[in-house]
Ligand binder design. Structure first.
Ligand code: SAM
Length: 245
């Protein structure tokens, strides 16, 4: 069971997302517990101030280090892994979600304003994690992205009916093949005949090819780290050669 603590100035932010879908199922199924904590509970003074001016000048406020250090000291259990959500962090990838899911406890630190005093990143967090090369207004959305993607990796959360963990985009370094459902013919737009054939060997082979082609077209950068056979690599390299000549 994975225990996740979220430290935020906006605990109410998490109400809806935790009450739906994968996260709700993971909590109900006992694979995940999530506790959302108001960082102000660890701030000092009558006004429980959590931010202050930037040393050296500059606009905007920076989140103070003390509430984060105190909160983590109170909440951590042996083996806790502390993550600061930050646009300067290492990108979240499917592989990282597998690694995070293996911890007993994750403590997610959500920044706001101009960000968090650097000492938190340097001396408290095990790592900084980014959800992509853009800036959102706070660490709440990024921590939900991380939490949902990690919950999908916990054994039993997706159930037997979901192919997901092994076949989903990025699991084996490839994008997923195209998916279709009924109707087989929507106003003349038909799903590929092979999917209606009932021949599962041919369907698997078609899906693998589509997955390779899609990754080649949309995210060729992924192919270097993907698990491909010699024949698949040769065929994609021939395809690249044809396209560039
Ligand atoms: N001034 C900061 C910078 O330029 O890097 C951005 C601060 S942002 C407005 C406030 C907080 O949102 C950050 O401290 C972080 O917790 C979170 N955040 C914003 N973008 C993020 C991203 N791409 N990945 C992870 N966290 C992010």
């Amino acid at each position: 069971m994975l225990r996740v603590e979220i430290l935020t100035l906006f605990p109410e932010y998490f109400r809806g997302p935790l009450d739906h879908g994968t996260l709700r199922r993971a909590v109900a199924g006992g694979q995940l517990t999530v506790a959302v904590h108001n960082l102000r509970n660890w701030a000092e003074g009558k006004h429980r101030v959590t931010d202050d001016y930037t040393f050296g000048g500059g606009t905007g406020m920076v989140m103070k280090p003390e509430p984060f250090f105190r909160a983590v000291a109170d909440l951590r259990t042996p083996g806790a892994y502390v993550i600061l959500l930050s646009p300067s962090g290492r990108h979240l990838t499917q592989q990282r979600t597998v690694e995070f899911a293996a911890h007993a406890q994750l403590i997610l630190l959500c920044g706001r304003y101009e960000g968090v005093d650097e000492r938190v990143a340097e001396f408290l967090a095990h790592e900084e994690v980014s959800i992509g090369d853009y800036v959102v207004s706070g660490g709440e959305l990024p921590s939900l992205v991380l939490l949902d993607s990690v919950a999908r990796q916990l054994p039993g959360v997706l159930g037997g009916g979901c192919s997901a963990v092994n076949e989903e985009s990025h699991s084996a370094g490839l994008l997923e093949y195209p998916q279709y459902t009924r109707p087989a013919d929507y106003e003349g737009i038909r799903v590929p005949d092979i999917l209606l054939s009932g021949n599962h060997q041919q369907i698997d082979s078609w899906r693998r090819t589509q997955s390779l082609l899609r990754t080649h077209e949309r995210r060729p950068d992924l192919l270097a780290g993907a698990d491909l056979s010699e024949a698949e690599r040769a065929s994609l390299s021939a395809k690249s050669h044809c396209e560039s000549s």
